[in-house]
Ligand binder design. Sequence first.
Ligand code: MLT
Ligand code: ZN
Length: 478
Amino acid sequence: MTLEDDLRTVVGDQHVLVDPGLTASYETDWTRRFSGRARCVVRPGSTGEVAGVLRACGVAGVAVVPQGGNTGLVGGGVPVDGEVVLSTLRLVEIGEVDVVAGQVTVGAGTTVSSLQKRVRPLGLDFGVDFAARDSATIGGLVATNAGGENVLRYGGTRQQVIGVEAVLADGSVVSRLEALPKDNTGYDLTGLMSGSEGTLAVLTAVRVRLWPAYTKRSVALLALDSTSAALAVLAALRSRLTTLESAEFFLADGLALVCEHTGLPAPIPGEHPAYLLVECAATQDPNEELLEALGEVSELVDGIADIVVGEDGPSRERLWRYREAHTESISAAGVPVKLDVAIPHAHLEAALAALPEVVRGVDPGARTIIFGHLNEGNLHVNVLPGGAGVVKTDEPHEGYAVTDAVLRYVVGVGGSISAEHGIGRAKSEWLTLARSAAEVAAMRAIKDAFDPHGLLNPGVVLPVADGPGGGPSPSIDG
Ligand code: MLT
Ligand code: ZN
């Protein structure tokens, strides 16, 4: 019996994919930067089947790469060479919504937009949202501790998770799906799973917190002389608006690329160094409140060139499109090195000026497009390589020098090398830049305790190393 035979016994013939035509979409990530051959793709339909898959792979000594909607941006959900890809896309059950507690349990493969569609008619909403909502899965969000556009109001994914059900590498199941907001019994396994990037367990279900659905919305886009002005506006708006939900920024070159790609006209006449998009959401129309606050802020803050407001649905969506279309517009121009980082606000303006120079220092022809989530100082540094994607001979792999230069700069100003996308494979070599030797040793100890044979996502978060947890053993006893 081959591993594939064993897997067919667990999940059924049609859910073990070996034909390259069928496995291809699971083998390359959204950016096209990370790609590798899977031994096969397996699609379990229940927690029990996930356990069976992990047991079979453990016996065969074949590593497993858990994958949700394949919208990750750090190479943490695609194979490298010969792993089994475990897709959670069949785990889509949505449980009964507890409208009193504001909670629901969903299968790990449920997309953000499916969850939104289920709970919004009940007057509730999920706290995390971003452009990939139609594909990104709740399990993937938890695994990467995703951030998104509403962190300002609701926090990141970890703050939305009440409990998880997960299958450990040996096939045992841990289930913390009880609807108890107060539960102080020992180690917080749920918290540990959030952001573990498929290296500790395979998430099969998540109990999430729900918020009141704010259906009345108003959006404003401001053109500004500088990012410092954008920060001053944000600080002034935050203290005036209890309904503020998002504060996103982009720059002139990113906007030009979006307009070129989408065919949209410039949202505001002329070219401006920085743009800030803010959204308010409430049960009563927040438009007047937003206009009043913007009027006051215009008197207080220098450097506001122009403001447009979107009150109705279509004009709000149009303004959001300038921000949300950045990712696809950049990818249409090439295969970017995507570096998601956080910078302390005090260094933001200087970092935005310095980072394109830092990149040009190692790749003179590169284009650097930066946009992101202003409140958290979260910059998405997207580098379109100048050398048309050719690996430079002095680089261990393509994108190495750019990644190294940018991440070193970020750490040098007290920033984080990963704000919301995770470490994945893309940044595991740089983990020690951001975490002390003691912290990395503690992480390795946790990894080894949960996954002693290195079955789950080897090389993700922690770089592959000798010893337990560094990679799958060639054979593991039953
Ligand atoms: C975003 O904020 O749009 C996402 O993190 C995606 C990206 O960085 O491209
Ligand atoms: Zn983002």
